[in-house]
Each structure stands twice: as structure tokens, then as C-alpha cells.
Design a binder for this molecule. Sequence first.
Ligand code: B12
Length: 435
Amino acid sequence: MRIGLIAMSGVRVRTRELAELGVTLPGFVNRGKVIASLPSLGLLTVAALTPPDIEVAYREMEEIKSEDSLERFDLVGISSFTAQIDEAYRLADRYRAAGVPVVLGGLHVSLLPDEAGQHADSVVLHGAEGAWPRLIEDFRRGQLKPRYEGLRAGVFQPPNYAFPRFDLLRGRPYNRLTVQTSRGCPLNCEFCAASIRITSSFQQKPVDKVVAELKSAMAVMEHPFFELADDNTFINKKWGKEFLRAIIPLRLSWFTETDISVADDDELLGLLAESGCRQILIGLESPSEDGLAHLDPHDWKRRRCGDYLKAIEKIQARGVTVNGCFILGLDNQMPEVFPQVRDFVRESGVLETQITVLTPFPGTPLYRRLSEEGRLFKPRYWDRCTLFDVNFRPKLMTVDELESGMRWLFGEIYNEREYARRQRHYMELVKARLE
Ligand code: B12
């Protein structure tokens, strides 16, 4: 038996002006290019859960593009993010029309299983752990069920834990790989559409398992750059230090997403730098306290806003750059937010910054609230769930103000001069600490 697992990578933007701007702005484009080719860790995990007597082929959607020939498999599994779901459905429909059963899984499908069920023989909700092995057994018996519920807890514990099949990437042209150390995030922000939506609580992988995965990935590719596929890696500082100590000998270069509290712990910061962490991405979300109100149930981000500048300086002085992320269109933001973000980026000296628009992804509390408030343009706009396209009416500015403000800010931030300025600032900071 041969199973085809099909991933959809690449970045997507619908609004024409932004897409055009996107291909010309340095900094923005560069980041887009490097990350766009990450392989699907979700599918490497599904592959790992497949019994060893079954042959598994990992493919990118790009490789199956041809309209007239479809690579044949006995069963096809497709992964899903919201922005590409219509492409996933089209591919699923083509395979089913050719008589090949299709299973859909992943973030989007977990949140909208009824919709996905119209394009699949079977839909897997939440993690593949706890579902895929049962599904394969049923498939072998010719008794595939329309829906399987995977685990929302305990995914990193035996017997559920699956060691991703990095070996399937051998010979492929990736230079960056992902490894996951945790799922979920206790901050629980209203807009978050990441792994928190397929977990019941924060779950953390034991350090020895993460180290083994990193080593396995390194055996497949020479000097890969690692991006941790976490929502918030350093929630638990004790685990964080144990993890960092364990990876120092591996001499990695890596990147992750976390929150501002890493700056509270000098020992952690020292280990972070020593372990080869090149950059941490932090969801700052808004430059002032007012913009941050009610984002998370404990108002944690608002309470920490006053620490932003000092924390960024402390982290970057260690030689770990900060990618500061801002969301535009939050309920408490007025049009003044655009110059405020520009000024904050200048003042803080964050080497990189990611500017996105508030996006009500399906299945999030934000989606439900904006829907109740009648503020969604339309209930289904999945191909515009890109983090760059506006899909709702903001509260304290018009749609036009949001779109044009965002374009203006892109021009202000993503240009050679500003990037060079931020780079100079960063180098001076690091030098000053060393002197
Ligand atoms: C790595 C990554 C990427 C890679 C993806 C590579 C790939 N092909 O998978 C790249 C850089 C290409 C990428 C692109 C984009 N991304 Co991205 N990305 C991530 C990131 C950082 C990690 C995802 C990950 O690997 N998780 C780990 C794996 C193990 O989890 P998983 O995929 O959910 O898989 C598990 C289950 O879902 C399930 N499963 C998954 N697939 C399948 C399939 C089958 C058959 C089965 C049975 C089960 C199953 O089993 C797996 C194991 O339990 C997350 C943020 C985060 N911290 O999570 C954002 C995230 C997923 N991305 C996001 C977005 C918005 C995008 C873009 C739209 C950005 C853009 N403007 O272009 C594009 C869309 C790409 C596309 N083709 O549609 C959002 C998605 C929200 C959503 N609900 O869709 C996230 C959550 C970030 C955010 N800010 O909210 N991204």
C-alpha cells in the first residue's frame, strides 16, 4: 500500500497592492522567501504514525499541479491551513474523482470538519496522534469512517508521541526545518489561530525527545536552520533552561516564537544566546497600553507593555535579535496607531518587524465575537485569511484607513534605509555590551 501525504507551502496575500508591494520591499520579501519553503511538520508526524509496512510519499502541492496526470496512491492525506483550504479541497476533489480516497486533517479542518467533510472520505480533527493509527486499521479493513477525533492532550507522552519522519526530506531542497517543543499557549489571545485551537491545554515535549528530533533532522540535512513550530516556547523557564543547556553542544542556528518575559531571566537570556538562537519573534501586538486592552483574558500583554522597550534592548544586547510583531486593526486602535508603530520600531531598534492585520480565523473567539457584532464582511472568506487582507470592519477607523495605513507603514518600515538604521543600532548595542 502507498499513501501520499500532500503539503501546501508558500506564502499568500490577496490584496493586489500589498502583494505588489510585497515583492519589492526588502526585509519583507527576504523573510517571505526564506520561510516560504518550510516543509510540513504535521505531515512528517502523520507519516511517523503510519505502520512501517506501508510506503509513505511526502509531496508538496506544487509537485501535483499538472491537470492531466495525478500521481497514483492508494490513499491521500492532505494538510490544511485556512488560506489555502480551497486549493486543498480542489485537489481532494480531483483525487476522489479519480477513485482515490482522501483524508483531510490539520488546523482548518479541525475547526470546520463539516465543511471539510464535503471534500473528503474522512476528516481528522485535532492532532493526528490517537487518530491516524485507528484510521489506517479501518482503511485496511475497508471500513473508513467519515470522522476521527485525534488527541487534544498527552500528544507528547507514550504511546501517543510520534517521532517525525525527517528522513522523508532527504534529498529535497529545503534549508530550514521545523521542530516542535510545545503546543498551545496559556496566554490564550482572542485572535490566536495557532496550535492552541487543537489542544485542550499547554503541552510540552520532554527535552530529550526534542534533542533526539533535532539530531535526526541534522542527519538529513547539512547545517539546517531550525524554526521551532511553537506558539510560545519559553512559558516555562525551568524547562527552557534545561532545553537550552541540552542544545548548546549541537551548535545550532535557530529561531522561535515566545513572549517578552524571556527578558525577566538573565540566566535564560545568556543560555539563549549561547545556544545559537538568532532571533526570537515576539507578539508585541500594539505599541501602547490602550491598544492592548482585552487581547488576552488576563490582560497580560497590556500589563507588560511598559516593559517592551527595556526588554527588547536587553534581549538584543545579548546578540539575539527581536522580530517584533504588530497587529493592525485591533478594537482600541485609532488611525494614530500607524505612526505610533513606526516610531516604536525606530525607538526600540527591533532588528526586524512583522506587521499584520487583525484576522478573524474561523474557530477563534475573535471570529465568533465579530460575527455576533455583525462586523465580518462575509461569513466565508478563507482565501483572504493571510494576515494581510482585511476581512472585517474595524472599530475606531474605517476599512480604507486600515488598508492605506498599513501600506503606508510597510513603506516606512520595510526599506533599505530603515533596515540599515536598525542594523546599526543593533550592532552598537551588542558592541557596547561586550566592551
Ligand atoms: C511552519 C508554519 C508555516 C510554514 C508551513 C509549512 C507547511 N507546509 O506546513 C509556511 C512558512 C509555509 C507557512 C505559511 C503560511 N502560514 Co504558517 N505557520 C507555521 C507555524 C509557525 C508552525 C506550523 C507547524 O508546523 N505546526 C506543527 C505541526 C506538527 O502541527 P500541525 O501542522 O497542526 O499538524 C498536526 C495536526 O494539525 C494534524 N494534521 C496536520 N495535517 C494533517 C493532515 C492529515 C492527513 C492528518 C490526518 C492530520 C494532520 O496532525 C499534526 C500532528 O498532530 C504556525 C504557527 C504556530 N506556532 O503554530 C503558522 C500558522 C500555521 N501559519 C499561519 C498562516 C496564516 C500562514 C500563511 C497564510 C501566511 C501567508 N500570508 O502566506 C501561509 C499559508 C500557507 C498555505 N500554504 O496556506 C497561521 C494559520 C492559521 C490558520 N488557522 O490557518 C499560523 C497558525 C500562524 C498564525 N499567525 O496564526 N506557515
